[in-house]
Structure formats: structure tokens, C-alpha cells
Design a protein around this ligand. Structure first.
Ligand SMILES: Cc1ncc(COP(=O)(O)O)c(C=O)c1O
Length: 368
């Protein structure tokens, strides 16, 4: 079949390789009860209030969704004490990254991002023919060097992506450093502060993007219902920014980009403080269990403020992955982030954490 030539910027994009469905892994390996600690999902599951809202609205799915996410936008704006026009919803916060590059990146424009970080920044940028400028995180704690990020900004830079807490390292920035950085940033550069894991942060020195947006800094904060709210399967996230920037992003948004079920569930989940608290508690306990358990194996995870940890196993992470898989535990390998001996593990339930630690101990005893 012949078709028009592919845009040349796609040469640099590799298709996303998804993991197999858990049920398929179980069938192939003849296992049951396989656990997935690979995608930073909420091991508690969705907010029960969201589940109820979905059940109550199942028979309304023949109607197109509200293209303006009206009720969700009003509720969230009231909660955040901002104007509804300062919010945009996406089919996951991933989609908002695409809105940003669609709206702001011409071929050859640059964006600065740290390495390792969330792969969608690179993807969304390259899709528009943009060029990434990578600034490495520093030391064994994968700390941000915001001075180095600032130095990387030049006349071609349109966007700086800051992910805090950062995926896959879990490391985070400090408010004072970030405010200094924002104050020095040249005009016409937009900072995308990805706060997908913000609800898990316990360090009071972590910045809140909203405060800086309210002060008028050129910033968009991204958040999601996929992580602590446990709604990853529905695909809904949002951006908070000035109403002027949101108006620009709305120009590239398709009318019905957020499905109706997601809107209903997210609205209900917003009020579920109990689920939120229990989710934070689970992660706090998971962090303690895994930090102690891995210390007993002479492993030291990178200190994190998220619902996962990044840890150097000292062995080839692909081999560790395969061996863990055979024991029914799925984690993320570090090679995709450029760290071939690291794995990223999402904190699970107490039972899942115990299974992971036992499996890891057995696997390392064989591989080391
Ligand atoms: C840092 C970061 N940002 C954004 C996302 C995507 O979130 P969503 O499910 O809302 O697209 C993820 C998901 O893993 C993430 O780790």
C-alpha cells in the first residue's frame, strides 16, 4: 500500500511498548494472582464514591460528554480558589502535554527537561518537531539542579518541564529554589510543573504551583486523577494556569476529549477525603516497609515523595524483571530510563509489598 511520506520528526519517535495484560501474563506463565507494581497506580483502587457515581451513571452513556466539563470545573475551581477559566481537562494529563506542544512548539523549538524523567515530555515535544535539551539529575539522590536547568535555557527554548516529585526517581524540588528559578527565567518561556504525585508529598518545603500561578508567573501545573484518586483507567487529568494560556490550549482541544464517565467519577472522587487519606497512609506504610526490607538486602532506594521508589539492584534490571515476573511480580525496568541496574517499584498493599520483598530476595540471591 502506498501512502504519503511520514513526517520526518517521527523518525525520532519509537512507538510506546505496552506491557502485556496481567491476565495474559498469568495465562502464559501458568500463574495466578500476579501483582503489577509497575505503573504507579493506587493499590487501594478507585475512590468508592467514584465507583458509586459510575454505577449511577452507566445508563447515560449514550449521551456525548459535556465538552466543557462544567460541573467538574466549577467544583475544582471552588476547591482550588481559582476561576473556572484557569482549568483545562484532558484525556489524562498526558493529553495536556500534547496540547502544550501542539499550541507552542514549532519545528526546531527547544524544551528543557531533566534526565531521567517522564517520557511523555520527549514524546509530545518530538511529535511537533521540537528538540529536547536534557539536564541530568545529580548524585545518588537524583537531585534537581535548577541552576543547570536555567543555564540550559536559550533563545530557542519555549518550554521547561519540571516533574516534582519526579518520575521515575521520586526526587523533588524545593520551593525556595523553584521561586528563585522562576524569578530568573527569561520572558516567553513557559514552565510546565508536573505534579502528578503532589498529593503524596510530605515535605513542607515542596512548592505548590498554584501559589506561583496566582502570583502571575508563566507556569502551568499539571495534575491527574490517575494516581491518588485511583482512576487511571478512565483517563482524566487537568492543567491549572492563567486564563489566557488556558484559552490558547482550548484552541487545540477536541470538543469531547474527556469522557462522560471520567467526569462523573472525578467529580465524586474530589470529595472523597477518606479515600485520599487512606491512600496516603498506604503509601507511607509501603515506603517504610520497602525501605526497611530492601535495606536488609543491602539496597538503598532513592528517597522519594511519591507512590513508588527507584532502586539500584546491582544486577541487570531486565534479568531481575524476568525473574520477578516468574514469581508473579511486575515492576518497571530502569534501562528505559538509562539506568540498567535500577528498577522502579510502586508501593502496594501490605500483602503485595511483602510478596515483592520475598521475590526480590530470592531473585537477587540467584542473580548476584
Ligand atoms: C509524572 C507523570 N506525569 C503524568 C503522568 C500521566 O498521567 P495521566 O494518567 O493523567 O495521563 C504520569 C503517569 O505515569 C506521570 O508519572
Amino acid at each position: 500500500m502506498s501512502f504519503p511520506e511520514m513526517r520526518s520528526c517521527l523518525d525520532l519517535i519509537k512507538p510506546y511498548v505496552p506491557g502485556k495484560p496481567v491476565e495474559e501474563v498469568e495465562r502464559e506463565l501458568g500463574l495466578s494472582g500476579v501483582i503489577k507494581l509497575a505503573s504507579n497506580e493506587n493499590a487501594l483502587g478507585p475512590s468508592p464514591l467514584a465507583v458509586k457515581a459510575m454505577q449511577e451513571n452507566a445508563d447515560k452513556m449514550h449521551i456525548y460528554p459535556d465538552g466543557n466539563c462544567y460541573y467538574l470545573k466549577e467544583a475544582l475551581a471552588a476547591k482550588l480558589k481559582i476561576k473556572p477559566e484557569q482549568l483545562i481537562f484532558g484525556n489524562g494529563s498526558d493529553e495536556i502535554l500534547s496540547f502544550l506542544t501542539l499550541a507552542l512548539i514549532n519545528p526546531g523549538d527547544e524544551a528543557v527537561m531533566v534526565a531521567p524523567s517522564f517520557s511523555e515530555y520527549d514524546f509530545a515535544l518530538r511529535l511537533m518537531g521540537g528538540v529536547p535539551y536534557l539536564v541530568p539529575l545529580v548524585g545518588s539522590e537524583f537531585a534537581y539542579d535548577l541552576d543547570a536547568v536555567l543555564k540550559a535555557v536559550n533563545d530557542q527554548t519555549r518550554i521547561v518541564f519540571i516533574c516534582s516529585p519526579n518520575n521515575p526517581t521520586g526526587s523533588h524540588i524545593q520551593r525556595a529554589d523553584f521561586e528563585r528559578f522562576m524569578a530568573k527565567l527569561p520572558d516567553k518561556v513557559l514552565v510546565v510543573l508536573d505534579q502528578a504525585y503532589i498529593e503524596y508529598v510530605t515535605d513542607s518545603g515542596h512548592p505548590e504551583g498554584l501559589d506561583l500561578i496566582k502570583q502571575g508567573y508563566p507556569l502551568i501545573a499539571l495534575r491527574t486523577f490517575s494516581k491518588i484518586y485511583g482512576l487511571a483507567g478512565l483517563r482524566i487529568g487537568y492543567g491549572i494556569a492563567s486564563s489566557e494560556l488556558i484559552a490558547v490550549l482550548n484552541r487545540v482541544r477536541e470538543p469531547f476529549n474527556v469522557n462522560a464517565m471520567a467526569q462523573k467519577a472525578a467529580l465524586a472522587a474530589l470529595d472523597d477525603d477518606d479515600h485520599l487519606k487512606r491512600s496516603v497512609q498506604l503509601v507511607t506504610e509501603g515506603r517504610e516497609t520497602l525501605t526497611t526490607g530492601m535495606a536488609a538486602l543491602d539496597l538503598k532506594p532513592v528517597p522519594d515523595q511519591a507512590n513508588f521508589c527507584f532502586v539500584d539492584t546491582g544486577v541487570d534490571s531486565r534479568q531481575a524483571f524476568q525473574a520477578l515476573l516468574k514469581k508473579g511480580v511486575i515492576v518497571r525496568t530502569g534501562d528505559i530510563f538509562g539506568y540498567p541496574s535500577y528498577i522502579r517499584v510502586t508501593y502496594g498493599t501490605a500483602e503485595q509489598n511483602a510478596r515483592f520483598l520475598k521475590a526480590l530476595e530470592e531473585v537477587l540471591a540467584k542473580l548476584k
